[in-house]
Design a protein around this ligand. Structure first.
Ligand code: NAD
Length: 250
């Protein structure tokens, strides 16, 4: 489904991003892992290469526009193009508003929202040049927090709501260039972030009662939806926010 597509995923050394890359690789893509965790990123690329995937890691902090420009140049040098961009790198901090300092606010906004804009901007000309013959896709991994205000601190919810506004604006500009732009908004997916937000058995049991499907989300759930949005089946899906929450929100 994604044979030979060059797919760049930020924050892909671990968690959801890593799972998205594994799914893309299984579908034939050439994945590019951008992350500031060099050790985990390189180890993952080694694994992918050992199973025959032409994968590539570039150490990137998404709060640095220069890092992202260097990453973009390295991708073009290695693969000559970019077809799919997944904006996934992010952090979550569950804090009450009174406990959020200005520095703490800026840190989360800087990674989650500014980092999203810097990523888009670094690859902007590549997507503007798309001609429809080579369908291209941009997918944001946002969060249900943008809709509910829960799940992290107010800075997290605001950063994710900001991603939705950014996604819609990008969708308007890139639609005529035949680039589909959408967001996946997960809630409670079992990764390091989940362990940090819900550390106790009690907090997890309470939460489980609220999910009609009766289980927590898995990184694979996000990866499969993202792969659909990255593939040809989603060519008429554009500017959408798709909640992935086991039916919890609505
Ligand atoms: N896990 C959940 O329940 C959940 C729910 C909703 C949304 N999300 C979103 O999904 C995305 C991935 O979350 P996850 O659960 O896999 O988190 P995670 O902590 O398991 O992984 C995050 C990855 O991003 C990388 N990263 C963090 N800051 C970075 C930076 N400045 N530059 C480059 N890389 C950076 C980390 O090194 C790590 O590899 C995030 O945007 C998160 O907000 C997660």
């Amino acid at each position: 489904m994604l044979q030979d597509k060059v797919a760049v995923v930020t924050g892909a050394a671990r968690g959801i991003g890593k799972c998205i890359v594994a799914e893309f690789a299984a579908l034939g893509a050439k994945p590019v892992i951008l992350d500031f965790d060099e050790e985990a990123g390189l180890a993952f690329v080694k694994e992918l290469q050992a199973s025959g995937t032409d994968a590539f890691f570039f150490k990137t902090d998404v709060t640095s526009f220069t890092d992202l420009q260097n990453a973009r140049n390295a991708v073009i040098k290695k693969f000559g193009a970019v077809d799919i961009l997944v904006i996934n790198a992010g952090i979550s901090r569950k804090l009450a508003i009174g406990d959020i300092s200005v520095e703490e606010w800026n840190k989360v906004i800087n990674i989650n929202l500014n980092g999203s804009f810097y990523t888009i901007k670094a690859f902007w000309d590549d997507f503007l040049a798309k001609d429809g013959e080579h369908p291209a896709k941009i997918i944001f991994i946002s969060s249900g927090s943008a809709i509910t205000g829960t799940g992290g601190g107010c800075h997290y919810a605001a950063s994710k709501a900001g991603q939705h506004g950014l996604m819609r604006a990008v969708a308007r500009e890139l639609g005529p260039h035949h680039v589909n732009v959408n967001a996946v908004a997960p809630r409670v997916i079992m990764t390091d972030i989940f362990d940090h937000l819900y550390p106790t058995k009690e907090s997890r049991n309470d939460l489980l009662q609220k999910i009609p499907i009766g289980r927590f989300g898995l990184p694979e759930d996000v990866a499969k939806l993202t792969a659909f949005l990255a593939g040809p089946g989603s060519d008429y899906v554009h500017g959408q926010i798709i909640l992935l929450d086991g039916g919890r929100t609505y």
